[in-house]
Design a protein. Structure first.
Length: 165
C-alpha cells in the first residue's frame, strides 16, 4: 500500500514539475525558436525515475495541459513522440552522460519529423526552428539529471530517517 502511495505521489509531483516547466518558454531570436525547460527535465526524469514513472507523469501533464487549455492535441502528439523516443534511447543506450545529452535533441528531431508528417509541411523549416532548443536541451540534460538524482537519493535518506524515529 505504501509503495503505491509513494508511486502516485512521485508521479504527481513529476507531472506538476513537467507542466510548470513546460509553461515557461525562453524566447529565441526568431519566432518558433523558443525553448521549454521541460525537454531536458524530461530526459532527466526518464533517466532517474525510470520509463514507467516518466510516461505516467508525462501523460498526467499532457492531460492537465489539455484541461487547462494550455496545450492542443498537436502539442500532446509532439510531446508523446518526444517521450517515447527519449525512453527508447535511454532504454537502449543506457544512462551515461553522452546518451542523455543526445537523447533530448534526437527526440526533438524525431518529434518534429512526426509533426511534419502529420501536418504535411516541410520538415527542414521545423527542424531549423528547433535547433536552438536542441542545443539548450543538450546543455541542460546532464546537470538536471544530476540534480534529480540527488533529490531522489535525498528522498531515500529522509524516508529512512523517518522510519527510524
Amino acid at each position: 500500500m505504501q509503495k503505491k502511495v509513494v508511486w502516485i505521489t512521485e508521479v504527481s509531483l513529476l507531472a506538476a514539475f513537467i507542466t510548470i516547466t513546460g509553461m515557461f518558454k525562453l524566447p529565441g531570436l526568431m519566432p518558433g525558436t523558443e525553448f521549454q525547460l521541460s525537454a531536458p527535465l524530461a530526459v532527466g526524469i526518464c533517466a532517474v525515475f525510470g520509463f514507467s514513472k516518466y510516461m505516467a507523469a508525462g501523460m498526467v501533464s499532457s492531460t492537465a495541459g489539455l484541461i487547462l487549455g494550455t496545450q492542443s492535441l498537436f502539442n500532446v502528439f509532439v510531446a508523446m513522440v518526444f517521450r517515447v523516443t527519449v525512453g527508447l534511447i535511454v532504454a537502449l543506450g543506457g544512462r551515461s552522460w553522452p546518451i542523455l545529452v543526445l537523447a533530448g535533441p534526437a527526440a526533438s528531431a524525431v518529434a518534429r519529423l512526426a509533426l511534419s508528417g502529420m501536418i504535411g509541411k516541410a520538415a527542414i523549416p521545423l527542424m531549423l526552428a528547433a535547433v536552438p532548443g536542441m542545443l539548450y536541451t543538450a546543455l541542460l540534460a546532464w546537470p538536471l539529471t544530476a540534480l534529480l538524482s540527488r533529490v531522489r537519493d535525498q528522498k531515500g535518506k529522509v524516508r529512512r530517517y523517518a522510519v527510524q524515529r
